[in-house]
Write a protein that binds this ligand. Structure first.
Ligand SMILES: *[C@@H]1O[C@H](CO)[C@@H](O)[C@H](O)[C@H]1NC(C)=O
Ligand SMILES: *[C@@H]1O[C@H](CO)[C@@H](O)[C@H](O)[C@H]1NC(C)=O
Ligand SMILES: *[C@@H]1O[C@H](CO)[C@@H](O)[C@H](O)[C@H]1NC(C)=O
Length: 145
């Protein structure tokens, strides 16, 4: 269990984020999460419980949670090329854009990732797994922020 969690976190750390979330207004972001993002994430899961997936995802503090949320929401992974067009992602982007000074959309410096971004795709199980990670990170963020 610990082994898989480590791999997942290493994958996240391996990507270069150019934005530091320390100066975001966490209170306002938490409020938006509770008002509109939580609901959109649930809708995306369409009744599939996030407990069906192995959620070995963890974040240290509010900026770390937001960095990981940003990464999973906007970075295409194998088997789930884009979540960025989903309603929860659009709301996440809008919220971070408003509450994080200088933030402007996805912050990964990876031109390859941008090329691979496609239109909205059918929901795959891999995507649901990614979204279950997101729910876990958001839950933790709202507990500790
Ligand atoms: C973000 O900035 C804060 C304060 O300037 C610093 O303590 C922290 O290590 C930085 N985080 C990252 C991931 O660079
Ligand atoms: C995020 O929002 C900004 C400002 O509205 C927009 O320019 C950008 O394309 C959006 N990014 C994504 C990944 O949706
Ligand atoms: C992204 O990476 C390229 C090459 O590695 C570099 O030239 C560019 O300045 C970087 N952009 C940002 C926003 O860090």
């Amino acid at each position: 269990m610990v082994f898989f969690r480590k791999i997942f976190i290493l994958q996240l750390v391996g990507l270069v984020l150019t934005y530091n979330f320390t100066d975001c207004d966490f209170g306002k972001i938490r409020k938006k999460y509770q008002e509109v993002i939580y609901q959109a994430l649930n809708k995306y899961m369409n009744g599939v419980k996030s407990t069906e997936f192995n959620n070995y995802i963890y974040c240290e503090d509010p900026p770390d949670c937001l960095a990981k949320i940003d990464l999973i929401t906007f970075y295409p992974t194998h088997g789930c090329t884009t979540l960025a067009k989903e309603i929860f992602a659009i709301r996440t982007n809008a919220t971070l854009t408003l509450q994080c000074p200088g933030y402007s959309g996805t912050q990964i410096n990876n031109t390859q990732a941008k090329k691979k971004r496609k239109k909205r795709q059918v929901t795959t199980n891999k995507c649901r797994e990614q979204v279950s990670h997101l729910m876990e990170l958001w839950r933790r963020f709202s507990r500790i922020s």
